[in-house]
Design a protein around this ligand. Structure first.
Ligand code: FPP
Ligand code: MG
Length: 276
């Protein structure tokens, strides 16, 4: 066991961590809070390799990390969280790994919709974005159950991208628009950025404010390409996803919140000067 994990087993240390987290959260809630954040949860296999664990255990540790981060997101008031849980490209990985990821998705989806678990506690509506046709039937059943059971929750949204790529999202949107155009449900002249956006998987979500990728790799890997517009902050973090602790995300939130507060103040000053 790593020394930091060992220290955390002491109740007094746990109490101290919980107390400092509580204070940190209160500070975060006083500033502007992003509406929509997204995560590329990268580094699960490297985490497993370094600790001599099975790949499946690395992904399970990744889910535990996700659960902690989601808890923090919804506690500070973030409305939408979008996570890259499975890329269409991931089907090229060894069958044993693909099967393990499918099994984690199936069991964890059923777990988070339990009474008193994450979805219930924070009023989260779960949505699974991507190509349904590529998902095995037993996983699809769990997806349908979790989305159906949480569809009336209105406080927050969890978008699980699975199996997803941005280019497929854009192509799917285009295909729907062309079909509607062929059926004369819309005029080709009305096709613009807004219309494309209205046909994407993230259609009813607020604009993306922050995109985080862990593991030190600095690329988007076909995730949220359309959604990471000019006002979206992209943060590359040099730690593996299972080691991405809430305080790390807290410091990203604090930085974002400070920069937004400065922006708002500047806008207010400009407006006041115009009124003089
Ligand atoms: C990327 O790390 C991670 C994935 C491909 C899977 C992420 C999935 C989870 C954390 C489980 C979440 C499940 C649900 C249902 C939300 P990697 O495998 O590329 O690791 P590496 O970069 O070290 O090779
Ligand atoms: Mg990776």
């Amino acid at each position: 066991m790593a020394i930091t994990s060992w220290i955390r087993t002491f109740p007094l240390v746990q109490y101290f961590i919980a107390w400092t987290q509580e204070i940190f959260m209160s500070v975060l809630k006083t500033g502007p809070v992003p509406q929509h954040v997204a995560f590329v949860m990268d580094g699960n296999r490297r985490f497993a390799r370094r600790r001599k664990l099975e790949v499946r255990e690395g992904h399970s540790a990744g889910f535990e990390s996700l659960a902690h981060i989601l808890e923090m997101c919804y506690q500070v008031g973030i409305k939408v969280v979008t996570v890259y849980a499975f890329s269409i490209e991931n089907f090229k990985r060894p069958t044993v790994e693909v099967d393990a990821l499918m099994e984690i998705a199936r069991t964890k989806l059923l777990q988070i919709i339990h009474h008193g678990d994450l979805a219930d506690r924070f009023g989260i509506s779960i949505r699974v974005l991507g190509q349904r046709s590529m998902i095995p039937p037993d996983v699809l059943a769990a997806i349908d159950k979790s989305t159906e059971m949480t569809k009336r929750n209105t406080t927050a949204i969890l978008n699980i991208c699975f199996p997803y790529t941005s280019r497929d999202d854009i192509a799917t949107s285009m295909r729907e628009i062309v079909t509607k155009s062929e059926k004369h449900e819309l005029e080709p002249e009305t096709i613009d950025e807004r219309l494309l956006e209205q046909h994407m998987f993230t259609k009813d979500c607020p604009p993306l404010d922050i995109l985080v990728r862990t593991s030190g790799v600095e690329r988007l890997s076909d995730f949220m390409l359309w959604q990471s517009h000019q006002n979206c902050t992209v943060e590359f973090v040099n730690c593996l996803w299972p080691e991405f602790e809430p305080w790390r995300f807290g410091s990203i939130l604090l930085k974002w919140s400070r920069s937004k507060a400065v922006e708002f103040r500047k806008m207010e000053m400009e407006r006041d000067q115009k009124q003089l």
